[in-house]
Design a protein. Structure first.
Length: 166
């Protein structure tokens, strides 16, 4: 990245003005660093993955536009599902679709959702699925790598999204 390149935060972050009484700001006061941009995307991804959508109420074939609109923001409820009943491919597809529909800062074709196996081959604790999300954040002049580790508790439908150590 060019040393003088500036990354603009999201509209939400720009509206959370630190000095609302001032009429203007210098670019350096509202630009974010690559690390801050990763943090913003991680935070918003956690919001997305912890919001239950209306997938069960919308016929995706007949109402494709509604299915990918803000009416359907989030992921279908996973609570009550058991790992033996849900195939990993279904969960991966659900998460990828939500990211591709509602997180435009991530380049869609770079999004991968991969299960993380603990030692011994078991994927996490009982009814907790561990996975990693990798993608590129669309920035100029070149994309920024993004990796987070996540866990979904299939009993409570809560997802944790944390920075990856990689």
């Amino acid at each position: 990245m060019h040393p003088n390149a500036q990354l603009l935060p999201t509209l939400f972050d720009r509206l959370r003005d630190e000095a609302p009484s001032r009429e203007s700001e210098l670019p350096a006061e509202y630009a974010v660093t690559p690390a801050q941009m990763r943090g913003i995307v991680q935070r918003d991804l956690a919001y997305l993955l912890n919001t239950t959508n209306a997938e069960d109420l919308i016929d995706r074939t007949r109402h494709a536009e509604a299915a990918s609109s803000t009416i359907n923001f989030g992921v279908p409820p996973l609570a009550g599902s058991y790992l033996s009943e849900r195939k990993w491919a279904d969960i991966e597809r659900i998460i990828r679709r939500a990211i591709q529909d509602y997180e435009p800062r991530l380049i869609p074709e770079t999004v991968t959702v991969v299960p993380l196996m603990k030692e011994g081959g078991a994927a996490g604790d009982y009814n907790v699925l561990l996975f990693e999300i990798r993608a590129l954040i669309h920035l100029s002049p070149y994309p920024l790598a993004f990796t987070v580790q996540s866990a979904v508790d299939l009993e409570t439908n809560r997802m944790r999204v944390i920075s990856s150590a990689r």
